[in-house]
Design a protein around this ligand. Structure first.
Ligand SMILES: [Zn+2]
Ligand SMILES: [Zn+2]
Length: 247
């Protein structure tokens, strides 16, 4: 394969792989991120919030211990929470945000592999052995998906599905309302923006099923909660939400 290798060498000479965060040229041993940026990725510190998965260091302290009953990122206590639990792999710091942005808006598809791998490691370490029946990515509205060309949550879920050998189901959960971008809204408005924005196509396929619901980032939990609501109302037994990053 001399020719293929030569093409590869010429390509990497003219288009060297660059760090997805700082844009430095990558060494041969580095993938997606340079070693310096990789150091900036922070695993969620445990124990995490038993509802939303926020790390212990984000909690107010009570008698020297993290007080999860006042978790700042749990879905509002005024409203029901439909997912059984949310987990996240890493903190949504500047480095994680840059990776997410590059996947979402700059078509850096290799980022989804990287994100899924970190989530996979997190699963090995922290998930109780739940036997999931399927993985479902949080869907985009068809109009948004047409505009972007792809759904970043689906790319992550696809990769994770390969790693953990659980089937991906992308046709069951639908986004039925075209909503404003959550990033433009206050936490309160985020709730109303996505409430009842999802529906299930074939509820009988979800009856009594254990679902792993995937998204890129957990911010207020509104989107995941609304998607989980649709899944639970359709008959799903368990919905565990799982994101790459957590605010
Ligand atoms: Zn870098
Ligand atoms: Zn919480």
């Amino acid at each position: 394969m001399i020719i293929a290798e030569t093409v590869e060498a010429v390509l990497s000479f003219f288009f060297p792989a660059r760090c997805a965060v700082c844009n430095e040229r990558l060494k041969e041993s580095e993938e997606l991120l340079c070693d310096v940026c990789r150091q900036e990725i922070r695993w969620i510190d445990l124990p995490d919030c038993p509802v939303c998965g926020a790390g212990a260091s984000k909690m107010p302290r009570s008698r020297g211990k993290p007080d999860f009953s006042h978790c700042p990122t749990c879905p509002s206590r005024k409203r029901p929470v439909y997912f059984d639990r949310c987990f996240s792999a890493v903190y949504y710091n500047d480095t994680a945000a840059e990776i997410v942005k590059n996947l979402k808006f700059n078509r850096l598809f290799s980022a989804s592999t990287f994100m899924a791998r970190l989530m996979f490691i997190r699963m090995q370490e922290n998930f109780s052995p739940i036997k999931f029946d399927c993985i479902i990515p949080v869907p985009l509205h068809p109009r948004r998906q047409r505009l972007r060309g792809y759904n970043q949550a689906e790319l992550i879920a696809e990769e994770l599905s390969r790693l953990i050998h659980i089937p991906l189901a992308t046709e069951l959960l639908l986004r039925t309302r075209f909503t404003k971008k959550q990033t433009e809204l206050t936490p309160e408005d985020r709730y109303f923006n996505v409430n009842d924005a999802f529906a299930v196509r074939e509820p009988e396929l979800l009856n009594d099923k254990k679902v792993l619901l995937i998204d890129d980032v957990y911010t207020t939990g509104s989107t995941l909660n609304s998607a989980a609501k649709a899944l639970k109302l359709a008959g799903a037994k368990t919905v565990i939400a799982f994101t790459f990053a957590h605010s």
